[in-house]
Design a protein around this ligand. Structure first.
Ligand SMILES: Cc1cc2nc3c(=O)[nH]c(=O)nc-3n(C[C@H](O)[C@H](O)[C@H](O)COP(=O)(O)OP(=O)(O)OC[C@H]3O[C@@H](n4cnc5c(N)ncnc54)[C@H](O)[C@@H]3O)c2cc1C
Length: 384
């Protein structure tokens, strides 16, 4: 059993770190932009393209599609460093839609979408949730009718977070009314910038993140927008969700380190309750990090981490909650003071992080759903 990176992987990690350090101003600007909750602005696109032009955004993909043909551990290293330096740890294109296009898309789709994703030039938005279909995704009802030489789409989506700056919608839509419900769902790629009949309307989350509703009103999309086979979309969505739940704890480790330094500087380290809390958190963060590495290792070894990805997603989101709760207890009432006020601790960073961490318990599947997945797929228990 070897818990360290190989010599080549260590060298690669240093190269990636050097990029972010040599682009320090840009990295800081991208991180600031991302933390406004508005998503990608010019600095985020610029840093993504710097990563992409080296083939690092999708290092596991074949060279012909903009990758480097490397193992999954190299992607883990890039994602970890991105998370540490700019807080963005993945894109939907590189981390979720791209892998499905690679395994189920046509050659035309691979040639059209994969190279610009790998270069960091385009982004996708996940189009799964609807007002009546969140945890129960199979209940989605937006309709895609096969009209012979095109599909006609009518309906709406909720909480489609990256829609206001993404080029493409990764759309789950109903193509058949059938039982079981999940067997009537297909997956489409829709050009959000050039398709008439689509309206994107903002929603603001408790964490201050912009997310969106999307309305389709008699929208015509070409037949070649379909990904894989018709009515098999639910399987592709589940596969993409397994990729989506993979994450790192680099941002958590960074914030935790800052909190520990703060406690030492402010002479609070003598408080036995604070010491207990921080000691426990150190162990939690380390176990989440080992989990993240295990999932990366499984992918490298051709194993699909479906319930393990659920364990990781749940563990990271709940550890994040413990970290921000602890920070709030340490700061006392000052913890609630927002950025911009002179009494704000860490310039209000943990105040926003606190609100944001509530979202992370919900997005990409709630903690309750993660527990269900672990019980069903991991422990072999029945659905009901
Ligand atoms: C900030 C934010 C960003 C998001 N971004 C996107 C995005 O980009 N694209 C996208 O498609 N979606 C996105 N979502 C949607 C997100 O994936 C859903 O909100 C989530 O899956 C939960 O669905 P729901 O909101 O309908 O809650 P519900 O499914 O109605 O759940 C309500 C409560 O009931 C619990 N519950 C439901 N079913 C069960 C069960 N079987 N067993 C136990 N408990 C259960 C849940 O855990 C939850 O506590 C986003 C959500 C948020 C808040």
């Amino acid at each position: 059993m070897d818990f360290s990176f190989s010599a080549e992987e260590e060298k690669f990690k240093q190269e990636v770190q050097e990029l972010f350090i040599s682009e320090e101003e840009l990295s800081k600007a991208a991180k600031k932009e991302w933390n406004t909750g508005l998503g990608f602005g010019p600095n985020c696109w610029k840093i993504l393209q710097k990563i992409g032009e080296r083939g690092w955004l999708c290092p596991t993909w074949p060279k012909e599609y903009g990758g480097l043909g490397l193992s999954y551990m190299y992607r883990y290293i890039v994602v970890e460093q991105m998370h540490h330096f700019v807080d963005i740890y993945t894109t939907v294109g590189a981390g979720m839609a791209g892998p499905i296009i690679l395994s189920h898309g046509t050659d035309e789709q691979k040639n059209k979408y994969l190279p610009p994703i790998a270069r960091g030039e385009v982004e996708f938005v996940l189009g799964y949730t609807e007002p009546q279909a969140g945890s129960d995704l199979a209940a989605l009802s937006i309709k895609a009718e096969d009209k012979g030489d095109y599909y006609l789409i009518n309906g709406s989506k909720l909480f489609n977070t990256r829609a206001h700056y993404s080029q493409y919608h990764w759309l789950g839509a109903r193509t058949a009314v059938i039982k079981p419900k999940y067997k009537g769902i297909s997956l489409f790629i829709v050009d959000l910038k050039n398709t008439p009949g689509i309206t994107i309307s903002p929603i603001w989350s408790v964490g201050g993140t912009r997310t969106n509703e999307i309305f389709y009103d008699n929208v015509k999309i070409p037949k070649d927008s379909l990904v894989g086979e018709a009515n098999r979309g639910f399987y592709y969505i589940l596969e993409a969700l397994d990729y989506e739940r993979i994450s790192t704890v680099a941002g958590l480790e960074r914030d935790f380190k800052e909190l520990v330094e703060y406690v030492k500087e402010k002479r609070k380290a003598g408080d036995p309750i604070i010491r207990q809390k921080l000691g426990g958190l150190a162990a939690e963060i380390e176990s989440a990090r080992l989990f993240a590495l295990k999932v990366a290792w499984m992918l490298d070894n051709g194993r699909v981490p479906n319930y393990e990805a659920a364990m990781l997603k749940m563990k990271v989101a709940e550890t994040e909650q413990n970290l921000v709760n602890t920070a709030m207890q340490i700061f006392g009432p000052y913890g609630q003071v927002q950025k911009g006020c002179r009494w704000a601790q860490f310039d209000g960073q943990f105040e926003r992080f606190y609100r944001d961490s509530l979202e992370n318990l919900i997005t990409r599947g709630t903690s309750e759903i993660m527990r269900n997945i672990i019980a069903q797929r991991g422990l072999g228990m029945p659905r009901r």
